[in-house]
Design a protein around this ligand. Structure first.
Ligand SMILES: [Zn+2]
Length: 384
């Protein structure tokens, strides 16, 4: 999921995102809550209509952003008091108000309010934080169940519909343009606005495998249609991230989406998808692009380097994206050096394309694997 913090994937317009094959975007509740404000977005028909994005959206709960404010926040069992990074004004997020905000924004998937445990943290502190998250998850679900009908969706909302029936879309996924099927009126159920958002639970437990297991089990007890692994990529070594993901995954149901928050490099997303992770989000492809760092089939390159000044070749000879098809490394290097806005746009388009291609090839190999399995099952007389 590319990150569209403020209702925009920085530098790239929605029609290009569609063309790139972006299926779902992430929006940040904390940022949208401060600017332009949840009520504003709700009155304009929700985030989908506001940002003219008919495909699925996921919003985070605001917990992680508030957590990163450090000195500007105070946590109690009731919720978190924090100061806006924009003007220093005081605000309060509780599980209830975070759900209210996310229902108002109207993303297809919303996240339970959690506390992201800091790193490093001792066992006692990690357990206390995990318990807090568990209590907040139960309160999040209760509020959501009581208020989910308040989502500002019209009868034409199709985002969630497109997401909850992936089996029907498997062939479209392997192609590049699911847009037509998403727009087709045939995809709108007769029941229309009776659809609701999906609220996912979040597993915490720091870097402690036993606490992660306990957190997973207790979050499953509350019951959610999907589960996220949160509280990673917070400064721990990469090997520890992998260890904790591997320790947590077996405790999460394989028949529900398993979402790893805030990861990662192209190599990591392949590795985690192989391990059984279904969803990931990361600012890396877009943020790195704005700093001239580009992911290619030949590794990561920094386009600002002088060695590209006379390079007529494409950024990545193995990439089919509109940037690699049209522009030279020399031109991209020039745009970056001259601080042209177009540098950020083109770099972001390529990096997103590279990430989406990576995920497409992951899905393709999963589909091939499943087909191979089905075939071998048929040969041995076992019904698939
Ligand atoms: Zn490219």
């Amino acid at each position: 999921m590319p990150v569209g913090t403020l209702g925009s994937v920085k530098g790239v317009s929605q029609d290009i995102l569609e063309e790139l094959g972006v299926q779902i975007l992430l929006g940040n509740t904390y940022h949208l809550y401060l600017r332009p404000g949840v009520e504003q977005v709700r009155q304009l028909g929700g985030l989908h209509r506001f940002m003219a994005w008919p495909r699925p959206i996921l919003t985070d709960s605001g917990g992680f952003q508030v957590f990163s404010l450090n000195e500007l926040r105070k946590v109690t069992e009731e919720g978190v008091t924090f100061r806006s990074h924009l003007d220093g004004s005081a605000h309060f997020f509780s599980p209830e108000s975070a759900m209210e905000a996310q229902i108002g924004l109207g993303a297809d998937i919303m996240m339970a309010f959690d506390e992201c445990t800091e790193f490093p943290a001792d066992r006692e502190r990690t357990r206390e934080s995990m318990e807090l998250t568990r209590g907040w998850a139960a309160r999040s679900k209760k509020y959501f169940e009581e208020h989910k009908h308040e989502v500002p969706w019209g009868a034409d909302h199709v985002g969630a519909d497109a997401l909850v029936r992936p089996a029907e879309r498997s062939s479209a996924d392997l192609g590049s343009a699911p847009s037509a099927s998403l727009r087709s009126p045939a995809r709108t159920r007769a029941s229309g606005p009776t659809q609701t958002q999906a609220l996912f639970g979040i597993v915490q437990g720091g870097m402690d495998a036993a606490l992660r297991k306990e957190s997973a089990e207790r979050t499953i007890e509350i019951g959610f249609p999907g589960y996220a692994i949160g509280g990673l990529s917070v400064g721990e070594p990469r090997a520890v991230t992998r260890e904790i993901v591997e320790a947590t995954l077996p405790h999460l149901p394989a028949d529900k989406p398993r979402y790893l928050m805030g990861v990662g490099t192209p190599e990591e997303i392949i590795e985690y998808a192989k391990a059984g992770i279904d969803m990931m989000d990361c600012v890396l492809p877009t943020r790195a692009a704005r700093h001239g760092l580009l992911f290619t089939s030949q590794g990561k390159i920094s386009i600002k380097q002088a060695r590209f000044a006379a390079d007529r070749g494409p950024l990545d000879p193995n990439c089919d994206c509109r940037v690699c098809q049209r522009y030279s490394r020399a031109y991209l290097r020039h745009l970056y050096a001259a601080n042209e806005v177009l540098a950020q746009v083109l770099n972001t388009v390529h990096n997103l394309s590279f990430y989406l291609d990576t995920m497409r090839s992951v899905r393709h190999s999963i589909a091939l694997g499943n087909r191979a399995q089905l075939l071998s099952g048929e040969q041995s007389g076992v019904k698939p």
